[in-house]
Design a protein around this ligand. Structure first.
Ligand code: TLP
Length: 344
């Protein structure tokens, strides 16, 4: 069998040689004392790229979102989000456990909330109700299909939240994929949100780390929350060095991942027994509905694995493929051959 083509996620990407060199030679210090010059450089660079005053290195996207909710809310507040958002659906109940908040998940098409539904979910001031405090958006939207919310929708949703007295956190785990897809700077996508999290360790290929950005005084509070959660790291410039290379060299190439996803999606759509909504294929993700008789997501994924291709079952009949740096055009061809064999 040929080498494994791993399309389960862009989290599997390995660091580039330039990242490894930067890690080996990074200038280091104790970041809990604020003395790691490489982390400081990354935090400044990240803040500038997303158009916020300050940024904070965090070990993972999950911790970044958790810290954001913890820092924006008080116990008992209500957080409006989409039903399939990562923060609600895939962060181990962190909203409830870490922040003691109540989620108000709303159904959406392809992860795109509408401003009327957000407006009607905002609670009036009444002694019976929790306080609506935070709107969490996700762009691109992972389980919506890797779909991108356009700038006008982002602005409208944020304006609706603000009119209702809410603050907005943007889970931009793959913010730079949205930026490349829309052809606008990441800062424009994050412009109306109070805070934004993005991951260095997905399509940008750094081995570890995410960034949380927002106003300087809010980031100072977030830094305390990070320490409380055990995320205050020491000579973490060794990781931040890779993050700097990720931001400086890995953003533009995301367009290749998007082109590979499009070709993969079109190929999969042509295979009998598989349904693909090509409209949702806007970044580096392809979600497939397995409709072939006698086949479900788990058995399709097992069939792919037998042919050296890994994808993720994300429901009884839904399978996710994610393109990234370590899967090139040949990997897409291998995936299409494996999918034909697994359905045939
Ligand atoms: N997503 C992972 C899985 O957890 C599903 C993936 O493979 O896509 N926000 C969004 C939108 C995400 O997709 C993820 C990770 C996170 C937050 C959390 O980031 P990490 O994995 O760094 O904790």
């Amino acid at each position: 069998m040929s080498a494994v083509v791993d399309l389960r996620s862009d989290t599997v990407t390995l660091p580039t040689p330039e990242m490894l060199r930067a890690m080996a030679t990074a200038e280091l210090g104790d970041d809990v004392y604020g003395e790691d010059p490489t982390v400081r450089r990354l935090e400044e660079l990240a803040a500038e790229r997303v158009g916020k005053e300050a940024a904070l290195f965090v070990p993972s996207g999950t911790m970044g979102n958790g810290i954001a909710v913890l820092t924006h809310t008080r116990r008992g507040d209500e957080v409006i989000c989409d039903l399939t958002s990562h923060v609600y659906d895939a962060e181990v109940g962190g909203l409830a456990v870490l922040s003691g908040v109540q989620a108000r998940p709303l159904e959406s098409a392809k992860g795109l909330l509408r401003s009327e539904q957000v407006e009607s979910a905002i609670r009036p001031d009444d002694v019976h109700f929790p306080r609506s405090r935070l709107l969490c958006l996700e762009n691109p939207h992972n389980f919506g299909g890797g779909t991108v919310a356009p700038l006008a929708l982002m602005a409208e949703l944020c304006a609706t939240a603000r009119r209702g007295g809410l603050v907005v956190h943007l889970d931009g785990a793959r913010l730079f994929n949205a930026s490349v897809a829309l052809g606008v700077p990441a800062a424009e996508i994050a412009a109306h949100a109070d805070s934004v999290m993005f991951c260095l360790s997905k399509g940008l290929c750094a081995p570890v780390g995410s960034m949380l950005a927002g106003p300087a005084d809010w980031i100072a509070e977030a830094r305390r929350a990070r320490k409380m959660l055990g995320g205050g790291l020491r000579q973490v410039g060794v990781l931040a060095a890779a993050g700097i290379v990720a931001l400086e060299t890995m953003v533009e190439r995301l367009a290749e991942d998007h082109a590979n996803a499009r070709r993969l999606a079109e190929g999969l759509a042509g295979i009998p027994g598989l349904d693909v909504d090509l409209e949702t294929v806007q970044t580096n993700m392809v979600f497939v509905e397995v409709v072939a008789r006698g086949l479900d997501a788990a058995s399709f994924v097992a069939g792919l694995a037998a042919a050296g291709v890994r994808a993720g079952a994300v429901g009884a009949t839904r399978v996710r493929f994610v393109t990234h740096k370590d899967v090139e055009a040949l990997g897409v061809d291998a995936a299409l051959r494996a999918a034909r064999a697994a359905t045939g």
